[in-house]
Unconditional design. Structure first.
Lengths: 514, 492
């Protein structure tokens, strides 16, 4: 490694931008925000190009002991790298989406977004447990303000719900972290990922972390904050919420719950399966009957996130890889769909599906892009959605055919509500004169949707670019989970283990827990 | 230890006594016209006292090396930590007071003197290692405080606050005194170390009663539930600079005193008092949070009352560290206290800056509507205070909760930590409400008056400390607190 603190720089650039935006006039603030996010995107590209596939697990590490009790320790593996790329890619789009639609308190708005970017990257780069927690929790403040100040009519209720739900989920995680650090003697995440906690304690720790990540994810039945937050947030807020914030839940499972508490994860897998199966079917059905476009996409997010959780708890390579691709793909696609809703919302100021119709006639280019993203959400081969869902389901198939069956049903329903939405908004007659008079995409909107569409297709056609950096990390995680499944099976707790897995398990792990 | 050594150790208190008496003479001849001068001189006196105290903070001396006056007084690092916080709070009070009292006919000459004498009493409280010294310090502080609360003689609310504080405070002192007499009866000594040696093993019923009465009396002084009822009335009624003082210095002093009594005098009987502290702590957190929610919902909710409930809530969190009964827990309490003082100062100074056209103070929460558009700086500072009090990272208030709960988990109090931190979410609701009023609501145009430089300077200084930049101070603050806490656990 070069030793250049590129991760710290990526955290610093938006932060400096945020401070500069606070006092700037509206046009200046927009420019500062755009420049800052583009610089971070460029740094992200450098990061990806410098990342050594097959190199050490943790790269670009930085360490400074400037605090008491925890340390400034950064570093990324392939999984974190991909999520950082997602964040820095979506941020300029968010700034673009707010270019004209936000007219009040622009400086503060841009500052909140830039602060958000710092905190998101911080979450994915932190290698210290408490540093992670600080980044993870701190994101509540700017998001609370974004929803509450620039949100829709019912924004205050939504902002409270978002804040208190997430906070309640997270505080228990903090107590669990104290216990872990007390027990293991370190708050270093890579060390803890190899540490074997006592099986009895793992269950409690797992539940504490689950409380946090399940809310963030969100999983049924604690998903109810999400539709409210999405509907009330401004367009860019929804994009970032769906695109990146939800991924923090999945990232938490991959980084903490699975490697740190593998035995408990094996034990609770069934719980996750049940919750996810309910989520997939239930939220898909709910999405079918929505009249509000944003709410529909919000419920579809919950359904997609349920595919993520089942893929994760399949504990095999296909499942884990599929999970990561679903997360990345959903980040792009859901973000893009919210963006598309925002584009027509800016013109008509309503999200009612019935107020639209026949947009293919007066907005053909818009209809094209909306179709690309709809198809990606449905999981059409050739788009990113297909790769993720296929891999996830292939992974789950090895664990449980029932779960696969139910989840596939959800995906079929997903095709139903998305195509139904598309038909009602894009096709049909031009019922309303004002809808028919809406102009097609302008240059700014093209600049936002074209990169998104290209990446969606790239991920769908050649997912290897995205999978390669993560391969070794997923392999390490799979090995750790396999050892644990074998151990739990021998302890008579988890009887359903395929014989093929036995060969993978290192014999040293036998009976270590009890 | 010779008398000279004792006098040397007690130098800060002696200096403050002499300075206070000297300034009393100035006040007697100069009258209220000299109030500003006396204020400045009092600040100087406190700074000098701080300089006298500072060396013992890092001196690493403890036990008999710092025991003065036949073991009645200790000049250890723990006392120094408490005293510095107390002097700092007193200085802040004296800085913000003159401008406030300008509107009500000017600051009275007694005001700085009373603050000075209260600080002297509090210095004795944190240094006391004997029941008699404890009581002298406590009463000197309390009597000054009663007068301070009612210093605006023409204001009904101020007089009411003073009276309530006096009656309930006297009752609490009586309870404390009764407990002390029982403890003395069973231990046969008034010295903390003597009590520690005498009360070893199973506690006699009478001694337990004595301890509980003492605990109740002290719980009143730190405004922990269920002895918290006076707090909202006194905080609201007292003039805002006095409230700032009450929210900071006496909290530190009484909490430090409680720590010394519990960890030194009753240090061998942790099992006897831990469950009480756990209960008091949890109920303070919950009552503080619920009471504050009442303040935000009612029409005309008052920001000073809200801060009062918030202080009850925070005292609950600080007591979590005491329940741990470990050096780590004591250190965490000191860190929390330091951060809490900064948060309170920032909060009350921000409140002081809220004035209408005629310079009247604005205290109703509803009148803060849309403050972020009209006064973005003050609104941002107040929002930072609120998020910090709620313990949301990356603000520095989180660090206080962090160390306290870390200590609780380390000493095996997992359930206390889990319940306490879950209850903190209730508190988050009302802190959010204030932010909501300032940021989401429409501008009500009430806050129109101008602020002044000393206030802004204080607001910026305390604001920087509670901002994420405060984390850079953690090694330094933690080191000092560790050293101070270690002095409590020194044997011999």
């Amino acid at each position: 490694m070069t030793g250049f603190p590129i991760l710290s720089l990526m955290l610093l650039v938006p932060l400096v931008g945020a401070v500069a935006c606070l006092k700037a006039s509206a046009p200046t603030a927009r420019m500062i925000a755009l420049v800052a996010t583009l610089i971070d995107f460029a740094l992200g590209v450098v990061l990806w190009s410098q990342y050594q596939i097959g190199g050490p697990q943790w790269q670009f590490t930085e360490h400074a002991a400037v605090f008491a009790g925890f340390s400034w320790k950064l570093g990324i593996d392939g999984i974190a790298l991909m999520l950082i790329e997602l964040s820095v890619f979506l941020m300029p789009v968010c700034i673009g989406a707010s270019w004209t639609s936000i007219q009040t308190r622009v400086g503060e708005y841009m500052a909140a977004f830039l602060l958000m970017e710092t905190l998101m990257i911080g979450v994915f780069t932190a290698q210290d447990l408490f540093l992670f927690y600080i980044f993870f929790e701190a994101g509540l403040i700017p998001m609370y303000l974004i929803i509450g100040v620039w949100g829709g009519a019912d924004r205050i209720y939504a902002s409270y719900k978002f804040f208190l739900y997430t906070l309640l989920g997270s505080v228990l995680m903090l107590i669990a972290m104290f216990w872990m650090v007390n027990n293991a003697g370190t708050s270093d995440i890579p060390t803890l990922m190899q540490y074997n906690f006592p099986v009895g304690a793992q269950k409690w720790l797992w539940l504490a972390f689950f409380a946090s990540f399940a809310v963030k994810m969100p999983m049924w039945p604690v998903h109810t904050w999400l539709p409210d937050a999405h509907v009330q947030a401004p367009t860019a807020g929804s994009v970032i919420l769906a695109g990146v914030l939800l991924k923090m839940g999945g990232y938490g499972f991959i980084r903490f719950s699975l490697p740190m508490f593998p035995d408990a994860s094996v034990e609770f897998a069934r719980l996750i399966f049940v919750l996810s199966m309910i989520a997939v079917v239930y939220t898909s059905l709910v999405a079918l009957v929505q009249h509000d476009m944003k709410k529909l996409i919000a419920y579809s997010s919950v359904a997609h996130m349920a595919i993520v959780t089942v893929g994760l708890f399949a504990f095999n390579r296909q499942g884990l890889e599929g999970t990561m691709i679903v997360m990345l793909s959903h980040g792009l696609v859901a973000g893009a769909l919210f963006l598309c809703v925002g584009i027509i919302y800016d013109r008509l100021h309503t999200r009612e599906i019935d107020r639209y119709g026949g947009l293919a006639i007066n907005m053909p280019r818009y209809a094209l892009f909306f179709m690309v993203f709809t198809m990606a959400s449905v999981g059409l081969p050739g788009t990113s959605g297909f790769v993720g869902e296929f891999l996830s389901l292939a992974g789950i198939w090895q664990s449980s055919t029932t779960v696969t069956l139910v989840c596939t049903t959800g995906i079929i329903l997903g095709a139903g509500y998305m195509l139904y939405l598309y038909r009602r908004v894009i096709f049909g007659e031009q019922k309303h004169a004002d809808t028919a008079a809406m102009p097609d995409l302008d240059m700014r909107e093209f600049a936002m949707v074209i990169p998104l569409a290209l990446v969606v297709l790239w991920m769908g056609i050649y997912p290897e670019s995205f999978l390669a950096p993560m391969r070794n990390d997923i392999g390490a995680l799979e090995a750790r989970m396999a050892a644990s499944r074998w151990k739990m099976a021998n302890a008579g707790v988890h009887a359903q283990v395929k014989p093929a897995r036995l060969a993978v398990a290192p014999s040293t792990k036998v009976g270590e827990a009890r | 230890m010779t008398l000279v050594d004792s006098l040397r150790l007690g130098a800060p208190e002696e200096w403050l006594s002499v300075a206070g008496l000297g300034l009393l003479m100035v006040a007697a001849w100069g009258g209220d016209k000299a109030a500003r001068l006396i204020g400045l001189l009092a600040i100087t006196a406190l700074v000098v006292a701080g300089v006298l105290v500072a060396p013992s903070l890092t001196g690493h001396l403890s036990g008999s090396a710092v025991a003065a006056f036949q073991g009645q007084y200790s000049g250890d690092a723990f006392a120094a930590f408490g005293k510095l916080l107390i002097y700092l709070s007193a200085i802040v009070t004296l800085i913000i007071a003159p401008r406030f009292f300008d509107r009500s006919g000017g600051m009275r000459a007694e005001f700085p003197l009373l603050v000075l004498f209260a600080s002297l009493g509090m210095g004795l409280m944190v240094s006391a290692t004997d029941l008699i010294m404890l009581y002298i310090g406590l009463e000197l502080n309390s009597l000054s405080a009663y007068v301070l609360a009612s210093i605006l003689r023409n204001d009904d609310r101020s007089a009411e606050a003073g009276l309530k504080y006096f009656v309930l405070g006297a009752l609490a002192s009586g309870i404390l005194l009764f407990g002390m007499s029982l403890v003395y009866g069973f231990a046969g000594t008034t010295s903390f170390h003597g009590i520690h040696a005498a009360l070893n093993g199973p506690m006699a019923m009478g001694a337990t009663f004595g301890m509980i009465f003492m605990l109740s009396g002290l719980a009143f002084k730190i405004s922990a539930a269920p002895f918290h009822m006076w707090t909202p009335d006194v905080y609201e009624g007292a003039p805002t600079p006095v409230t700032t003082f009450f929210a900071t210095a006496p909290k530190v002093a009484a909490m430090a005193l409680l720590m010394r009594v519990m960890l030194v005098a009753f240090g061998a009987e942790v099992g006897a008092w831990r469950q009480i502290i756990v209960f008091v702590s949890l109920i303070s957190i919950v009552i503080g949070a619920l009471g504050a929610i009442g303040q935000t919902n009612a029409e005309g909710g008052n920001i000073k009352r809200l801060m009062a409930y918030s202080s009850i809530n925070n005292v609950g969190f600080i007591l979590v560290g005491l329940a741990a009964a470990t050096p780590q827990g004591a250190s965490a309490m000191l860190v929390y206290l330091a951060i809490y003082v900064a948060m309170s100062v920032a909060g009350f100074v921000a409140v002081l800056l809220l004035r209408d056209e005629e310079g009247n103070q604005i205290e109703a929460i509803a009148d803060l509507g849309g403050l972020s558009k009209r006064r973005p700086g003050i609104a941002a500072a107040l929002a930072a205070v609120m998020f910090s009090l709620a313990g949301i990272p990356p603000l520095f208030g989180f660090w206080g909760k962090f160390v306290v709960f870390q200590a609780a988990v380390a000493s095996g109090l997992l359930w206390l930590a889990a319940l306490g931190i879950a209850a903190s979410v209730i508190g988050a609701f009302y802190y959010l409400k204030v932010v909501k009023v300032m940021y989401f609501d429409e501008d009500v145009g009430k806050v129109t008056g101008a602020g002044d430089t000393p206030h802004f300077a204080l607001l910026i200084a305390s604001g920087v400390f509670i901002s994420p930049l405060g984390y850079l101070a953690t090694p330094w603050l933690g080191g000092l607190a560790d050293g101070a806490a270690a002095a409590l656990f020194h044997v011999g």
